[in-house]
Ligand binder design. Sequence first.
Ligand code: 5AD
Ligand code: SF4
Length: 445
Amino acid sequence: MQVHIKTYGCQMNERDSEIMGAVLKEKGWQICGNEEDADAIILNCCSVRDQAELKAIGKLQQLIKRKNEDENFLVGICGCMAENLGKELFRRIPKLNFIVGPRQIYRIGEAISLAIKGEKPAFLADADDVTCNCKNNKLHHRNLQELQSSAYVTISNGCNMRCSYCIVPKTRGRETSRPMEAILDEIQLLLESGIREITLLGQIVNFYGMGRFPMINGESPFVQLIRKIHNLKGLDRLRFLSPHPSGFRDDLICCFGDLPKLCPHVHLPIQSGSNRVLQLMRRPYQREKILEITQKLRQRIPLISISTDLIVGFPGETDDDFHETLCLFDEISFDMAYIFKYSRRSGTPAATMDNQVAQSICEERNQVLLEKLKHTSLERNRLFLNSIQPVLVEQHSKRDPNVLFGYTPHRKKTFFSAPSEMIGKIVSVRIQDVSTGCFIGTIIG
Ligand code: 5AD
Ligand code: SF4
């Protein structure tokens, strides 16, 4: 039996899909890369914005049509959307076969087996879910592709923050951190199998182990962990996603520049530049803190690349508030930003706040920021013109099989002509042209 997994949303979901694939393989299922050959399709969906849910529902409806022609064909929903909508999904889409929440992904095989028997399993969070994440975090749940050089490692799950717009605490639950030894063992195995770049994942990754493991010499458990990982033989690059500004203290800032394998790129979601909005969002920091972190980082590594997440049109956001965001945006000059129009998520505190902002204003603010981003990202990218960058080669370009792409340490996507043998290697590329979103260069060795 062949299963196809389609992933929507964030890197956590991507890693969860990989785990599900490995769990299913272990149980004898085959994972296939295309929908057509699949006997079962799993949609691993995101719930962070309304748009993401609508997209998945649209896809689901399309797949249900196929079920009308082949009644043995199975369709299931996993991920945050499964947890958020729960059994309501069966009411909305009666032909759906199974639902598995993000804290139950290890039971995916069981879910499919029950569905084959004609049952409709819904594995959602239960009272045991706090231990469930850790207990199930086994090392062998990997599905490494041939020539893969980069891997995600989830170090914590869930989120203890209560940002007023966010559905994640509901869907992924309270934060649980994995033991350090388990993470180190997992990374060691990855390095032995040829992985060169590790990206640590957690909803608020820098809060890893807080309150569970002690501070040592003023260093947080997260900093202790990255220093230990940095010592592992065979590692070339280390990254992490996504930190929270509140826990971005000097001990972490000092790692940049100190630890050569820690890549000079920080994705720091700021959400807004207005202190008033940050407070309404229940983000426990102010714009001054963001400026302090980014200035300290750029003092240590002038070319460090800094990206962010921003929400426009949060309830009550005035023109003045938006102006504050624009000013902060100018001051920091982000390399990249993911700008989101506020999406009302039912069950979150912001959903019932007064002064919801009109869609047209959200759209307008979104456009203004996108326009600004075009200039700042191009300006930042131009700083790399004519430099020689080490590029970890990932794949062929979709447009031209003679062209490969990979990423620089600053996480700039770089295209260049080279033979396939270079995939998985770190090569030197001279950067000859840049746009807002990528570099183009020539391989020099
Ligand atoms: N509306 C819009 N954007 C949101 N995000 C989270 N919740 C919402 C929402 N309700 C954004 C935040 C977060 C990113 C992953 O998604 O910017 O950092
Ligand atoms: Fe959501 Fe805030 Fe937690 Fe991020 S920190 S997952 S935005 S609640």
